[in-house]
Design a protein around this ligand. Structure first.
Ligand code: ATP
Ligand code: ZN
Ligand code: MG
Length: 307
């Protein structure tokens, strides 16, 4: 993987050739080798060990979440193009015969399915906010969670760093504006130091989310103007367009308002989350240090394999 192979398609082909990723027939959906998973597991341990002094509460939600929660979060207003809803067949024998007939005829049988109460989780933190709100008032010094989840986004691509199903590890701080901004600041520093300790080139930049439609452009501009999202970028498939591997988001009181997250005195909570794109970090490591983990720089191996 030298400079000549520094583009999305050839990196993906190299990963297939080396049996690090496996084809499934769908862009953005891959099998992972044991070695790839080991790298992710080691990186997650590193993240957890760096965050350990903060004593976050760990929760692992499944990759599917409540459809009602997603509806309530406003996700469909901002990112309808990315969402995935689980559908199932709920008919009787007659409809089943019809379904098999449609399949045999190569017709669109999916119209015989109906939406379930499950959607695929688009970001690890979405199931958290109503869960916290249901516990009652947030304590004065706020709360901190560490989450990890497979996430789905319908953004099929040949870029191995843009998957449809990928994992996100997140720290989420809920508290006052000052508390959550201090949390984000501390991770901007810790995140950069962590990536540098893995001998990866990186830069932190202001960013925005891909809000849908014409109204979305205004929301994206606001997000930038107010400095609500920063990304840590690492060149993975392109030097000119480095890939966002970590993101640092300040939601102000958006989720506080949406889910009624309040302190005992009734004032609304603010929130911030720091997301680690686990596959993207692993891909960056393979891209920069090569397909053979045994041959990675000693300092990188020491950092990843010593905790
Ligand atoms: P991008 O701008 O590249 O689409 P994003 O801003 O949508 O990324 P976030 O919504 O902040 O990303 O998600 C948190 C983290 O999850 C990102 O920093 C990234 O590392 C990872 N991530 C996001 N989308 C994908 C994807 N399609 N495939 C793999 N990892 C992803
Ligand atoms: Zn989040
Ligand atoms: Mg995105």
């Amino acid at each position: 993987m030298d400079a000549k192979t520094f583009d999305a398609t050839s990196l993906l082909d190299t990963l297939f050739d080396k049996s690090i990723l496996f084809r499934t027939g769908v862009d953005g959906l891959y099998g992972r080798s044991g070695v790839f998973e080991d790298v992710i597991e080691r990186f997650e341990r590193l993240v957890t060990s760096i965050g350990a002094p903060d004593k976050a509460t760990r929760i692992h939600f499944p990759p599917g979440m409540s459809r009602a929660t997603l509806e309530g979060s406003g996700y469909m207003k901002s990112f309808p193009q990315l969402a995935g809803c689980v559908h199932s067949f709920m008919g009787g024998e007659r409809e089943h015969a019809q379904l098999l007939g449609m399949m045999a005829a190569g017709e669109d049988w999916t119209e015989l399915q109906r939406a379930t109460n499950v959607v695929l989780t688009p970001a690890a933190c979405y199931p958290l906010y109503p869960t916290v709100a249901a516990r009652g008032p947030v304590p004065d010094d706020g709360v901190l969670f560490e989450l990890s989840s497979y996430c789905f986004r319908h953004e099929p691509s040949k870029d191995p760093a843009r998957m449809q199903l990928f994992r996100m590890r997140e720290f989420v701080r809920i508290g006052t504006a000052e508390q959550v901004c201090a949390f984000r600041e501390s991770w901007l520093e810790r995140g950069k130091a962590m990536i540098e300790s893995l001998d990866l080139p990186c830069e932190v930049d202001l960013a925005n989310d891909p809000f849908f439609g014409r109204g979305g452009r205004m929301m994206a501009n606001n997000q930038r103007d107010e400095g609500l999202k920063f990304e840590l970028l690492i060149p993975v498939t392109s030097i000119e367009k480095p890939t966002a591997c970590l993101s640092f988001n300040y939601h102000r009181d958006h989720f506080g308002q949406t889910w009624g997250l309040k302190f005992a005195d009734g004032s609304l909570c603010h929130s911030a989350c720091v997301g680690f794109g686990l596959e993207r970090v692993a891909l960056a490591l393979f891209r920069h240090h090569g397909p053979d983990v045994e041959a990675w720089p000693a300092s990188v191996r020491e950092t990843l394999w010593s905790n």
